[in-house]
Design a protein around this ligand. Structure first.
Ligand SMILES: *[C@@H]1O[C@H](CO)[C@@H](O)[C@H](O)[C@H]1NC(C)=O
Ligand SMILES: *[C@@H]1O[C@H](CO)[C@@H](O)[C@H](O)[C@H]1NC(C)=O
Length: 364
């Protein structure tokens, strides 16, 4: 394709993205109402609240959990403070049920639960595995950790927790021209069939550029580009996922969750500490709101979920996680290079995500 054609296409895409945003704003009240209705089924929004110290936290000790990757094991790799382990989420208008791992294992007896997405899925999958393991420390488990599919099986209960790694949900295909990110192709979905619970997540990799970008071209239909607006790409890819869900998921057999956008804390200006990032942070922000507001990717998630027909429960963890600038590994992440203000220590914040998922399951 000629350079001019590509420029025109890029401009068209930007223009359609602006139009899309305007429509999203205009439709905002209705769409948001629908989503809120879904998550307030029991008369309470679990995701509005604040962090409080709870002496009974954390829910497990990382040294007793056989499933934690080094990059999340902050205590083992020398994190000196421990107050961050003690915070518990308190919704404003109801109390959050305490996590009961034995009850959840019984409910899930004979079932297969699969997390699908990037390393934030890995983070939440390892957290849930540790939470369940701490409830039944003496039961037999088998643990398989691979790049594509990993699993933890609680044999006595017949519960299988799977992790399928696919950072974009849609496919990357090797072709003669190079690696092509196909926004309209989701062949990987074949591996997600037959599950009793599916928990999806995607976003962080849509922002990757340069060496950490695992594709050379981005393609939708027959239009192949070198690059495009990343929010538009995310919207298109997530719409492909939503169509896949509507065609392949039977809601009477499979419970569906979407793990909301997990925030990062690289830019202290977002919370009025312009010279800082997550390094050295030992306390959450007080209150219930994040100074910088929600990241734009949350609009994309809300817009796609408002159109999907199969009920998908949004774990709306963005704001409560934004408050936890203290909960990242920073430098205490094993061999992991650099400062990690993107993932979360275990035990830690993802335990609350799982506690919220458990509360949602109880309310269904
Ligand atoms: C976790 O267990 C180890 C080994 O028993 C212990 O030294 C450590 O203090 C415990 N950590 C916490 C946070 O309780
Ligand atoms: C991608 O293709 C679909 C189906 O043809 C179309 O509806 C959508 O607008 C396209 N998106 C972009 C960003 O090109």
């Amino acid at each position: 394709m000629g350079y001019q054609v590509r420029v025109v296409l890029a401009l068209l895409l930007q223009a359609s993205w602006l139009l899309f945003l305007q429509q999203a704003n205009a439709a905002g009240t209705n769409k948001k109402g629908a989503l809120k209705g879904r998550k307030q089924a029991n008369g309470c929004n679990l995701f509005q609240g604040k962090w409080v110290i709870d002496p009974s936290f954390p829910l497990y000790n990382s040294s007793g959990c056989p499933f934690i990757d080094a990059e999340f094991d902050c205590q083992k790799y020398g994190r000196p403070d421990s107050v961050y382990l003690k915070y518990s989420w308190r919704p404003n208008s109801c109390s959050l049920s305490r996590f009961d791992g034995v009850d959840l294992l019984k409910r899930w007896s004979g079932k297969k639960i699969m997390f699908v997405g990037d390393s934030l899925s890995l983070n939440m999958w390892e957290s849930l595995s540790c939470m369940l393991h701490a409830s039944v420390p003496n039961v037999k488990t088998t643990f398989t950790r691979r790049d594509s599919i990993s699993s933890v099986v609680f044999q006595d209960y017949g519960v299988t927790l799977l992790l399928y790694r696919t950072p974009y949900l849609v496919d990357i295909v090797r072709e003669d021209v190079g690696r092509v990110l196909k926004l309209d192709s989701i062949e990987a979905g074949k591996a997600w069939l037959g599950m009793d619970v599916l928990i999806f997540n995607s976003w962080h990799w849509w922002l990757h550029t340069g060496k950490s970008q695992p594709w050379d071209f981005i393609q939708n239909g027959t239009t192949r580009l070198k690059d495009m607006d990343r929010l538009t790409a995310f919207f298109t890819g997530l719409t492909t996922w939503a169509t896949w869900v509507d065609h392949n998921v039977d809601p009477t057999k499979t419970k569906m969750f979407f793990q909301g956008i997990s925030p990062t804390h690289y830019l202290g200006k977002e919370w009025n500490q312009p010279k800082k990032n997550c390094v050295g942070q030992s306390e959450p922000l007080t209150g219930s709101t994040y100074p910088a507001g929600a990241p734009p990717a949350t609009d994309v998630v809300n817009r796609v979920l408002s159109k999907i027909k199969v009920p998908v429960y949004l774990l709306d963890i963005t704001t409560l996680s934004q408050l936890r600038k203290d909960a990242h590994p920073a430098g205490y992440s094993g061999e992991h290079a650099g400062t990690d203000c993107s993932h979360w220590c275990l035990p830690g914040l993802p335990d609350t995500w799982n506690q919220l998922m458990y509360a949602a399951i109880l309310s269904m």
